[in-house]
Design a protein around this ligand. Structure first.
Ligand code: GLN
Length: 183
């Protein structure tokens, strides 16, 4: 069993807890730095990144604790608004944690794909809800999954970033890869 925390300030954290528990992991809500103690992994869920950032910066020490948790090498999965929070750079400009060397554009698919269910190029089921678009990836980032050739799942060492909602598509593989035993 892997103990995974889900940042539970705003957005879709409850569905992540349910998926993780369905995989047999111990999943807990994270709202303070202390909640990270003893965890093996972490999820930053979707929702609204500006609201999440506001709540995050009101919790003393939490932003720094999330940065050092990711820096420790433990697996981290960030999805949708969580990807916006974790990105190195965001357009239009807003603050972020800089856990993952990507540039993302909020709501970057516009009307073309505002909210949709789709299949990635490798068949992964995608639920996209006002999803960010990954516009640039750094040298240390690998593209794991694409949609029409564009990255929708990327990875930089221990940090995995999805523009979509695996917790809504029942895509347990998205968890199985970062949070496999013996990572
Ligand atoms: N558009 C949201 C944001 O930028 C993300 C949407 C989502 O998490 N489904 O914060």
């Amino acid at each position: 069993m892997v103990r995974v925390g889900v940042l539970a300030l705003q957005g879709g954290w409850a569905a992540h807890l349910a998926c993780l528990r369905g995989l047999g992991h111990r999943a807990v809500e994270v709202r303070s730095p202390r909640a990270l103690d003893g965890l093996d992994g972490l999820v930053l869920p979707g929702g609204e990144s500006t609201a999440q950032w506001r709540l995050l910066t009101r919790a003393p020490g939490l932003a720094e604790a999330l940065r050092s948790f990711a820096g420790s090498g433990a697996p981290v999965l960030v999805t949708c608004a969580g990807l916006v929070l974790a990105a190195r750079a965001v357009a239009p400009t807003q603050p972020s944690l800089d856990l993952l060397d990507v540039c993302v554009r909020r709501n970057g698919w516009g009307r073309q794909l505002a909210s949709a269910e789709a299949r990635a190029d490798d068949g992964t089921p995608l639920v996209l809800i006002r999803a960010p678009r990954i516009e640039a990836v750094g040298d240390g980032v690998t593209v794991e999954t694409t949609l029409d050739g564009e990255p929708v799942l990327v990875r930089q060492a221990n940090v995995w970033g999805a523009t979509y909602h695996p917790e809504l598509a029942g895509d347990l593989r998205a968890y199985a890869r970062p949070f496999r035993r013996g990572w």
